[in-house]
Design a protein around this ligand. Structure first.
Ligand code: SF4
Ligand code: SF4
Length: 264
């Protein structure tokens, strides 16, 4: 906005707006994100948004203005990719693809949930994100057999030799390297967090000891003050008692002296 226009439009410009995330959408062929009019139709029909804090329109908007925090937001993982928003968007924006892309960008930048890391390990080791071979899935395999299907689908489960091909694809696409990098980063972050917590724990322990010493010092001071007051009171009492004992003797002596003078 030119200075001349700025003179008349008394509105602060939001300085943090940037197109870093939007540019990644454009690069991926999803430039339609820029035609979003923020109408909220996507949020209105979103089944995930009815049960969670996830708001589709907000995620798109934040991506558009370059709000980096949207990548760290757990909400973007609540989309169930049901495609309702995609069908309803008045600007014909492939909203679901936008959310998937947003997740891709988040993962590329290291923002991934721990359960997803477990999933990628399973994918690497078995060729499946959710392997069908576990005991808990026997019911599912029985169901397949009851329908006349082989217990396991014609995937890596049936062709274990294909696992090598899957792994080669993961290496060729950079997926493996990316996951290794993310895992390394997460391990470093975890170690740093544990170290910080330990140090904080140590500081907290020192604070506790200092607090205990200060408390004991205050109690000792209070006790010695009370003792001094008690001693003073006892001394005063003793002196008062002594004085009250001496008083009658002195009075008697004076009386006798005065009586003796009169007789003379
Ligand atoms: S429905 Fe389409 S235009 Fe409306 S806010 Fe959602 S993405 Fe934007
Ligand atoms: S695809 Fe995702 S964002 Fe769109 S309506 Fe379904 S759950 Fe909501």
């Amino acid at each position: 906005m030119s200075d001349n226009v700025q003179k008349y439009i008394r509105r602060e410009q939001f300085k943090d707006i940037n197109s870093r995330i939007a540019d990644k959408f454009v690069k991926a062929g999803l430039e339609k994100i820029r035609s979003c009019i923020s109408c909220g139709t996507c949020s209105g029909g979103c089944p995930s948004g009815r049960r969670t804090a996830y708001r589709t329109r907000s995620a798109i908007r934040r991506a558009l203005i370059g709000d980096e925090d949207v990548l760290k937001d757990i909400d973007i993982w609540f989309c169930s990719t049901c495609y309702t928003c995609y069908e309803r968007c008045p600007r014909n924006i492939p909203v679901t693809d936008m959310i998937i892309k947003l997740r891709n960008i988040a993962v590329e930048e290291g923002y991934i949930l721990d359960p997803h890391i477990v999933l990628t390990d399973l994918f690497w080791n078995t060729g499946h994100g959710v392997p069908a071979t576990g005991d808990s899935l026997k019911q599912w395999r029985d169901l397949r057999e009851s329908l006349g299907l082989p217990a396991l689908p014609p995937t890596v489960h049936s062709y274990p030799e294909a696992l090598k091909e899957c792994q080669e694809l993961m290496i060729a696409t950079g997926f493996k390297a990316m996951m290794d990098r993310i895992k390394e980063k997460k391990a470093k972050e975890k170690a740093a967090a544990e170290k910080a917590a330990k140090e904080k724990g140590g500081t907290a322990e020192m604070d506790k000891i200092k607090e205990k010493i200060a408390k004991e010092k205050a109690e000792t001071e209070k006790a010695s003050k009370e003792k001094a007051e008690t001693d003073k009171a006892a001394k005063e009492k003793k002196e008062a008692e002594k004085a009250s004992k001496e008083k009658p003797v002195a009075e008697k002596a004076i009386k006798e002296k005065v009586g003796g003078k009169k007789k003379k």
